[in-house]
Design a protein around this ligand. Structure first.
Ligand SMILES: [Zn+2]
Length: 429
């Protein structure tokens, strides 16, 4: 597999007049050396560097790549052609499939999983998406349950725009035939100009792995701190990671006896703070919620998607995000007008059954034994009888009314923020 790394035009954005961005050093190594080392872990050693700003400096530092254990071929843009346009000049060097990576990223990513996903679908390419802490000024990707992309919302976004936090991460898997869709003789950008015309054949690949855009001086300093953190070093699917699972109603948002439209979703300030705190730790933040109102016909999956768009948008406005969200739409008993017969069943996902936890564990390669589940009901927390996971009860929602089995070991906290604080303190001891 081949990787094309876009090093064009980035240095100026950083205000580094003497250095192109890929040459920026983070604890002894350049940003691009981290990229090269991570690509090697997935067996990717054929690299094309598309260089723009100060291309001669990049070329003389990285050379043919031998001293880094890879093969690098350099191409200097003859004029700025944009992130897609530049590919016309290297078309004859491209293999049938390749990955594209922007040179201003710090990542710890399993490329093999992306490549396998992309080869199994019929698309012309896959865009890696991930949640970040500033979705309001990011390009957002909307996709269906089969990961087929339906719409790309380029920044800037309108006020009151609601969307799931699925941000373009600037890592792509592409098939060479996509070159035929790049206009000759004009600048073009993948996400603005090319991808929106190919929606029917593009897929989203949502990832919870570590991908951080080192776009500004401030973000370089944050990246320097990440380098030595478990959030980065254990950041890919190659590693077992820990998660904090969070119940939704009564824990993240106020309990109102069923949220059936997004206007009913009220998120207290402590929830934003709590989830932001998880985001800054090595834990993933994963929401698991029973939504039997879908089976009962009280509201639709589309309504639920809008509620989760509001949830993501509000968290994002406060610099917080969920790494994933699972919901169970089922309910075991019948007797409601307008109920959905096909969802009326005993399933393995309705808490306290462990289905959503197991699915999350397989998807994100989790260490469940060292993960936590925070809920406001003793019933949901009894999932810990079926899977080995630590549990915490909060007093919000129905929490103050719960009778916990005295033999059960659990953590007790006033609210989500207190619970997260205690968990993080425990895991640092
Ligand atoms: Zn279910």
């Amino acid at each position: 597999m081949q990787a094309v790394i876009l090093n064009g035009g980035f240095g100026k954005r950083l205000g580094l007049s003497s250095k192109p961005k890929p040459m920026v050093k983070l604890s002894g190594k350049t940003l691009l050396e981290y990229s090269i080392d991570n690509l090697k872990l997935s067996g990717i050693k054929d690299l094309i560097f598309l260089n723009g700003f100060m291309s001669e400096k990049i070329e003389s530092y990285y050379g043919d790549g031998k001293k880094f254990g890879v093969n690098i071929s350099h191409h200097a843009e003859s004029k700025p052609m944009g992130t897609a346009g530049a590919f016309l000049e290297i078309a004859d060097k491209l293999q049938d499939n390749f990955v594209v990576i922007y040179g201003d990223l710090l990542f710890n990513f399993d490329f093999n999983r992306l490549i396998n996903f992309s080869k199994l679908n019929s698309g012309i390419g896959s865009i890696v998406t991930h949640p970040n802490n500033h979705p309001f000024d990011s390009d957002l990707i909307s996709f269906d349950e089969n990961f087929k992309i339906q719409k790309i919302f380029n920044k800037p976004h309108k006020k009151n725009f609601l969307a799931r936090n699925d941000v373009n991460s600037a890592i792509y898997f592409l098939k060479k035939e996509i070159i035929n869709f790049i206009p000759k003789n004009s600048q073009s950008d993948w996400i603005k100009d090319i991808f929106p015309n190919l929606l029917g054949s593009l897929y989203a690949y949502p990832s919870s792995e570590f991908i951080f855009d080192v776009g500004t001086r401030k973000r370089i300093n944050i990246a320097r701190k990440y380098i030595s953190s478990k959030k980065y070093t254990l950041g890919s699917y190659h590693n077992k990671r820990r998660a904090i699972f969070i119940d939704r109603d009564g824990v993240i948002n106020e309990e109102v006896n069923g949220v059936y439209n997004y206007n009913q979703l009220k998120i207290p300030l402590f929830s934003h703070k709590a989830i932001k705190k998880i985001n800054n730790s090595e834990y993933l933040a994963i929401c698991v919620t029973n939504q039997p109102g879908i089976a009962k016909g009280f509201f639709s999956i589309d309504d639920l998607n809008m509620i989760h768009a509001k949830l993501d948008t509000e968290l994002g406005a406060n610099g917080a995000y969920l790494d994933d969200l699972f919901f169970c739409p089922h309910h075991p008993e019948s007797g409601w007008d307008g109920e959905k017969i096909e969802l009326k069943k005993k399933c393995n996902c309705r808490k306290p059954m462990p289905g959503m936890f197991i699915e999350a564990s397989n998807k994100h390669n989790l260490d469940l034994k060292n993960s936590y589940f925070i809920s406001d009901t003793a019933k949901d927390l009894s999932v810990s009888k079926k899977i080995d996971i630590n549990i915490a009860l909060v007093e919000t929602g129905y929490g103050s009314l719960q009778d916990m089995n005295t033999n059960t070991k659990y953590l007790k906290a006033k609210n989500l923020y207190e619970a997260v604080k205690k968990i993080l303190k425990n895991s640092n001891d």
